[in-house]
Design a protein around this ligand. Structure first.
Ligand code: 4NP
Length: 161
């Protein structure tokens, strides 16, 4: 089983949407049994909460199922997940500190847009303080990034579909 964790700040906008897109894609590929995915936030701001209403609306517009409660990244995540993927540089920096603190210095953490050639180093922008259009923007960014991520891991793990 390949385990993938998407991480943002609040775990109510970007990372739950990323998880929903990822699940939709692996289901379409018939690969659901090969993967486990989840999402988490670096902050404790929205623990136990449903995704932001705008995230839910966006997911519904795109025909995605979204079913998540906010939670904070914890020590066992570094042990359990094969791919821990940050949405922006700030999340990445926080994850780098946490892996030292939790004593997983060897664990590699990834930046979501680094999987797309030409998008290296770019953020999935935080849509929280913006309008609804920001959610459609991150949907498109996430869709392309996850498509590239899946292409890469299918190759790495030799999953032929
Ligand atoms: P997310 O967006 O990190 O994509 O879930 C945010 C959600 C909440 C806050 C910031 C960003 N907040 O400050 O509460």
């Amino acid at each position: 089983m390949i385990k993938v964790l998407f991480v943002c700040l609040g775990n109510i906008c970007r990372s739950p949407l990323a998880e929903a897109i990822f699940n939709h894609k692996i289901q379409a590929l018939g690969l659901s049994r090969k993967f486990k995915s989840d999402s988490a936030g670096t902050s404790d701001y929205h623990i136990g909460e449903l995704p932001d209403e705008r995230t839910i609306q966006c997911a519904q517009r795109k025909g995605l199922k979204i079913n998540h409660r906010g939670r904070q990244v914890n020590r066992t995540d570094f042990r359990d997940f094969d791919y821990i993927i940050a949405m922006d540089e700030s999340n990445l920096t926080n994850l780098e500190s946490l892996k030292e603190k939790f004593n997983f210095p060897e664990k590699e953490v990834y930046l979501m847009r680094d999987f797309v050639t030409g998008w290296e180093g770019m953020p999935v922008p935080d849509p929280y303080y913006g309008g609804e259009e920001g959610f459609d923007e991150i949907y498109h960014i996430l869709d392309a990034s996850i498509e590239s991520f899946l292409r890469k891991i299918k190759e790495v793990h030799q999953l032929y579909v």
